[in-house]
Structure formats: structure tokens, C-alpha cells
Design a protein around this ligand. Structure first.
Ligand SMILES: [Fe+2]
Length: 185
């Protein structure tokens, strides 16, 4: 322990008394599940956008999936540093209270569902930061960085929702083919 903080960069868990290691590992595995579901959700949406040749939208979903994959890797690495095991088994049951897998029947619904899921994730990660309360600086810092990344995602999703509504108004004057083409701009 250094200055009242646990130094766990090398995977050491000695001195872990104030924050229960198992509790932190369980919470990290819940975050892992949330981020895995994010990857899956955005990859599905990327595929669907590509299917209708909505290239710019597909690129947005691709970037969101890549960011979520970065989070998956970070959290999994942190779990192993803490001598735990990252849970990559099917994760649906872990998601019930913190996120939602909303497939959506339109891109607008998908983006709205994405925004809801991102907000729920941020709330959960902030709660975990509160639980850690600075006693594990490495995990604390990692979560703060992930929250900052998720906040950028929510801002990006709001931008997408706004631009989608504008395009929907425009598209009402054109054929469905024109609407699909407008998504590529
Ligand atoms: Fe995200």
C-alpha cells in the first residue's frame, strides 16, 4: 500500500482490505459483459447499414464497435491483473439491470436504443467508481477514461439522431431509394 492506495499494476492484490477484491472482480465482469454486448450491437448495426449502402452510418457504427472492443480489452486485462478470470461466456443474464440489447426495426430506433444503453452503462460505471472510491487507482482511472469515451458516444448518437430526423423530413419528398442514398452523404 502506498499513501493509502493499493498499487495493483503488477497484478498484486496484497493489502486489499477496504475494497473487496471479489466484489470489484464481479463488477468488472459485469462491465465486460456490457461492453461485449455493445460490440455485438454495433457490429449488427454496421452490417445492416452496409446492407442498404448507408456507408457513413456504417462507418459510425464501426467506430462505436471498435471503441467498445477497446473497452473489452482494457477491462479483461484489468481483471487478469487482479488475478481474476474474464467471463466471455454468454452474457445476456448479466445485462438485465445495466443495459439493454435493443435490436430496433429502424436505424432511428437503433440509435435511440444505443443512446439509452450508453447512458445506462455510464450510470453503472460511475457507481463502480463510487464503490472503488480511489482505493484502486488503476481501475478508477481506467473507468474514468471509459466513462469519458462513453460520453463522447452519447454526444455522437445525439448528433446522429438529430441528423436522421432532418433526413427523414427531407426524404418524405423523395422515394425510398433517394432516402437510402441520403444516408451515404
Ligand atoms: Fe460506448
Amino acid at each position: 500500500m502506498v499513501n493509502g492506495c493499493f498499487v495493483l499494476n503488477e497484478g498484486a492484490v496484497a493489502g486489499w482490505t477496504d475494497v473487496d477484491r471479489e466484489t470489484v472482480l464481479n463488477l468488472l465482469n459485469e462491465i465486460l459483459a456490457i461492453e461485449i454486448v455493445c460490440v455485438l450491437r454495433y457490429k449488427r448495426q454496421e452490417s445492416m447499414a452496409k446492407e442498404v449502402h448507408a456507408g457513413s452510418l456504417a462507418a459510425e457504427f464501426q467506430k462505436l464497435a471498435q471503441d467498445a472492443q477497446v473497452h473489452v480489452d482494457l477491462v479483461a486485462e484489468r481483471i487478469t491483473q487482479l488475478e481474476g478470470e474474464p467471463n466471455f461466456t454468454p452474457v445476456g443474464h448479466l445485462m438485465e439491470n445495466h443495459s439493454e440489447y435493443i435490436e430496433g426495426s429502424s436505424f432511428r430506433e437503433m440509435i435511440k436504443g444505443d443512446w439509452v444503453a450508453e447512458r445506462m452503462a455510464i450510470d453503472f460505471y460511475r457507481e463502480m467508481i463510487r464503490v472503488i472510491n480511489g482505493k484502486d487507482p488503476t481501475t478508477h482511472r481506467m473507468l474514468e477514461n471509459i466513462v469519458a469515451s462513453e460520453k463522447k458516444h452519447t454526444a455522437r448518437l445525439i448528433h446522429l439522431m438529430t441528423s436522421f430526423e432532418q433526413r427523414t423530413i427531407t426524404s418524405s419528398f423523395h422515394s425510398n431509394r433517394s432516402f437510402i442514398a441520403s444516408n451515404q452523404r
